[in-house]
Write a protein that binds this ligand. Sequence first.
Ligand code: G3H
Ligand code: 13P
Ligand code: ZN
Length: 325
Amino acid sequence: MAKKVSYKEIGLSNTKEMFKKAYAGGYAIPGYNFNNLEQLQAIIRGSIECKAPVILQLSSGARKYADPIMLKHMGMGAVEYARDKGSNIPIVMHLDHGDSFELAKSCIDNGFSSVMIDGSHLSFEENIKVSKQVVQYAHDNDVSVEAELGVLAGIEDDVHAEHSNYTDPDEVEEFVGKTGVDSLAISIGTSHGAYKFKPKAGETPQLRFDILDEVVKRLPGFPIVLHGASSVVPEYVAIINKFGGNMKDAMGVPEDQLRRAARSAVCKINIDSDGRLAFTAMVRKSLAEDPSNFDPRKYLGAAREELVKLTIAKDTNVLGCAGKA
Ligand code: G3H
Ligand code: 13P
Ligand code: ZN
């Protein structure tokens, strides 16, 4: 069995200072999902280049795909790479949508500096129970904990929800008080994946900022997290469709609403789908434009370069965290 390793030995940070500064500074930290080497390289390079703090996050699906032992060393590699480049940006390694105490514990024992326990599909009481259990173990190890109240529409890893169930602001104070979590993901109309809204012609999707405001009234100064917050960049969807893909009606959260959220109590914005789209667009384009190529470094390299650009653009124009490290 692999020996227990603390994130502190790896050089990672928890989210405490990061969120305090983000809240005060009116910006948000990105939670970028990754599954492979090229995605990790791109996110780290982009973050170093625009001097932004970063949360590298892994779903349990990503952990199964890439292997927990490999991931531990990839996390170490990312920190060592940044320091070798002379960069001191804070880097968090975070479990996204953890579904059990055992999984959260295993991540903490394998060098994660932050974990999410997603009990949003459980009853209020059961959600409190499992979140509190994770908090106790995590805080003994100085690891941050994110939990979720309210259910997002779409697919959350192993958690499936047909319809969204907005967060009830009347529940948040009791939940945070009883669990001791460090941040709270809420449901205000975002959803996972590339098909977030089906608005009628001429209508713009609207997040429920009124719910966010009510939550903030009950939890002043407390860091809020937005999941399902990709803008589903139309340019990438167009490239995918041009080069053989089929992503009709893909639609994300308008960027101005994400910017508004980032200026408020929202301290963490999760982005997975936009990274997938950038990557897929460039793989499709590269292979279509050079059908004789069979060297993965060419098409994965093209995808990696685009993901660096996306990271910088998001941090600079949407989250506002560029230059804040
Ligand atoms: O919120 C879910 C993330 O987008 C992760 O997706 O379970 O397919 O890795 P995944
Ligand atoms: P998107 O699917 O909008 O990128 O959301 C990702 C997410 O919330 C990961 O937890
Ligand atoms: Zn999510």
